[in-house]
Design a binder for this molecule. Structure first.
Ligand SMILES: Cc1ncc(COP(=O)(O)O)c(C=O)c1O
Length: 365
């Protein structure tokens, strides 16, 4: 296992590098606040407990973009999604909610759905694959809601095919199951489906999106759904302490992110797919999935992190290029990395990335 000191050194040394493959440039807090100034209107007040032009207009804008009646801006996706599932479970009078074993709810939220909301999780689908219609048809428990994540982060950004997704939406409708979208990274899905965000989101009864990942905001999320769903979500937001007096910096940053990064998402996806091919050409690096549909993919290297990472650091310092973040998961013999492509990768030509990746692959042997 890597020591905490190594991790801190790795992050700080790599932050000095000239080029990076990892998502967006890291900026100081001052620079980040500066980026918001152009979006801030000198005649507009901050919203108060969720009421005000800035937040309410933005909620309408995103609801329209995603084809839902209403939206609610919240501090986090963790707060948003369990609340959505609680609302559906109350409406359907059934505490069973279903999601994939690698869902954020199962892995990263200390089981808030169970501990706070008294909901029962039903795990559906194979660990390393997207959920399939047959998994749903084989469910032996009745459920009130099904959460589907697009793209599925923990398995390298995989997506189900469009027909499959439509069939799952139809299955949910027929069974009276609420179909909820974990769209933390939904922004990158348009090019794979060749459908608008609105069309994709319209398959779902409720949707959560994030503003601080691909869109580079400060923090913040939005829930989308029909008016009555969002009214109930506003009550849960108050109950859970998420109805803050103001979140105007987060809202401004989200608006900046929508303007700046959403139009470039297809470029990020294309660049990710090109760069993924270069990694695939290295016999000591495994790409997951083999054909990344989004701007996200995973890499597996058959070396323990302690053995591998000093070589990665050495190469990065020498080249002044950051290719890998710290490993996301490790076993005794493998290290797995998550690559999300954004603005940073666009700063080098494809051939330059190809050369760098080849040199990297040789350096870590
Ligand atoms: C797929 C997915 N869902 C939900 C969340 C929760 O988002 P937040 O950090 O805003 O709570 C995350 C955060 O990483 C995520 O990756």
């Amino acid at each position: 296992m890597l020591t905490e000191t190594f991790k801190v050194d790795y992050q700080s040394i790599l932050s000095e590098n000239q080029y990076s493959l990892i998502r967006h440039p890291v900026r100081s807090t001052r620079a980040r606040l500066g980026d918001l100034l152009d979006e801030a209107d000198s005649n507009q007040q901050a919203e108060v407990y969720g009421q005000g032009e800035l937040v309410n207009e933005f909620e309408k804008e995103i609801a329209q973009l995603l084809g839902h009646d209403a939206g609610l801006f919240l501090p986090s996706g963790t707060m948003a999604q369990v609340m959505a599932l609680k609302i559906w479970s109350e409406e359907k009078q059934n505490t069973n909610i279903a999601f994939h074993p690698t869902s954020h709810l199962e892995l990263h939220e200390q089981h808030a759905y169970r501990e706070l909301y008294r909901l029962k999780g039903v795990l559906v689908g194979q660990h390393d694959q997207v959920i399939k219609l047959s998994d749903l048809q084989n469910l032996s428990t009745e459920i009130s809601a099904l959460l589907v994540e697009l793209p599925m982060r923990e398995i390298g950004g995989q997506l189900p095919g469009w027909d499959e997704l439509e069939a799952q939406s139809k299955w949910a409708k027929e069974k009276g199951v609420a179909f909820h979208l974990d769209g933390a990274r939904l922004w990158s899905c348009e090019s794979y489906y060749q459908k608008s965000l609105k069309k994709i989101a319209s398959l779902f009864d409720s949707v959560y999106v994030s503003f601080y990942k691909d869109l580079d905001g400060i923090s913040g999320a939005m829930l989308l759904g029909n008016e009555s769903f969002i009214e109930k979500a506003r009550i849960w937001l108050r109950r859970t302490g998420g109805n803050l007096i103001t979140m105007f910096p987060e809202i401004l940053a989200a608006k900046v992110g929508i303007k700046k990064h959403l139009p470039k998402m297809q470029d990020y996806v294309k660049k990710a797919q090109t760069i993924a091919r270069y990694f695939e050409q290295c016999d000591n690096i495994k790409l997951i999935p083999v054909n990344p549909p989004c701007n996200l993919f995973h890499l597996v290297i058959n070396q323990q992190d302690e053995e591998l990472m000093p070589k990665v650091l050495e190469w990065s310092k020498h080249q002044r290029v950051t290719l890998l973040p710290l490993p996301r998961t490790c076993t005794l013999s493998t290290s797995r990395f998550e690559i999300t492509v954004g603005e940073n990768a666009l700063k080098l030509q494809d051939e330059q990335w190809q050369k760098l990746i080849k040199s990297f692959s040789q350096a870590i042997r």
